[in-house]
Design a protein around this ligand. Sequence first.
Ligand SMILES: Nc1ncnc2c1ncn2[C@@H]1O[C@H](COP(=O)(O)OP(=O)(O)OP(=O)(O)O)[C@@H](O)[C@H]1O
Ligand SMILES: [Mg+2]
Length: 312
Amino acid sequence: MEDFVIRTENLTKVYGHLFWKKKEASLEKLNLQIPRGSVFGFLGPNGAGKTTTIRLLMDLIKPSEGQAWVLGQPADNVKVKQRIGYLPDGPSFSTYLKAYEFLNICAKLLKIPSSERKKRIYEVLDIVKMTEHANSKLGGFSRGMIQRIGIAQSILNKPELLILDEPLVGLDPHGRQELKDIINEQKKAGTNVFFCSHILSDVEKICDHVGILSRGKMLCCGALTDLLSETGYRLVIKAGHDDIMQKFMPEASSSSKLSDGGWELVFKENVEVKKSIDELKREKPDAITYHPSKENLEDFFFRQIASTDKRI
Ligand SMILES: Nc1ncnc2c1ncn2[C@@H]1O[C@H](COP(=O)(O)OP(=O)(O)OP(=O)(O)O)[C@@H](O)[C@H]1O
Ligand SMILES: [Mg+2]
């Protein structure tokens, strides 16, 4: 079995016809190797080429150059589609169909045996919390409800690989939390997940690997734990030690009061502050704990994008 669920080699897309091509490639020489068992977040500003990449992986458009493999097969292999779940960007479905009818058509297309269809459709409706709307027409659904039905159809066939284009769009906070739970459950069940999103705080919580694309080029790609660097310290001061809080507060880049009455202060890398904290730890070991603090994904993302803007 191939170690990578998705692999691309110099994958390139220039839209347009032979004599009328766009000058700039929408995707340029993308080399991806996504390990099995990962939840991969594909990030990048509007127009970066994320949807283009997904359409190439789903063989909905053809590459201008290079090649892609999914689940060890070339992306244009028809059989491999049955092992993939796909949610397109901004899905729109026939408005006159009821949710159950729509999922039934999808189940038939996915060749789910007729004896199992009804049970599986109600299972996925339950997962996306839409059971009570099974017999309502899609035309009357809100954007978030359509998104839930899109997610339901993407997991109908218990896919080995889930490819989701902006799955969090249109969902309310509950819906976003539920989708995060669904992705975590899928991961536990052994499904590989590849999705793109602009909601970096959610991506940071769900994904173990990320890639950042900008203007068709991959800026960086890898395990989140490797990419996010340690940039300072997080000092937790136990309740009843406000004197320590007052001493360190002026140097802190952020502070928050904890529910137990203690404080959490975050510091940027600073030799003097680190020395003072080390001294304090020796003097009053029970009053504080401190850990290295990592850069968050949002800061990392903007740092990467800013560095390319300078290069261009
Ligand atoms: N069918 C098309 N014909 C011509 N150009 C296209 C087509 N689809 C996309 N593009 C161009 O390709 C580039 C990448 O678009 P793409 O939709 O892949 O970006 P994206 O990263 O998904 O953006 P978003 O975050 O807005 O969804 C853009 O410059 C876009 O204008
Ligand atoms: Mg897109």
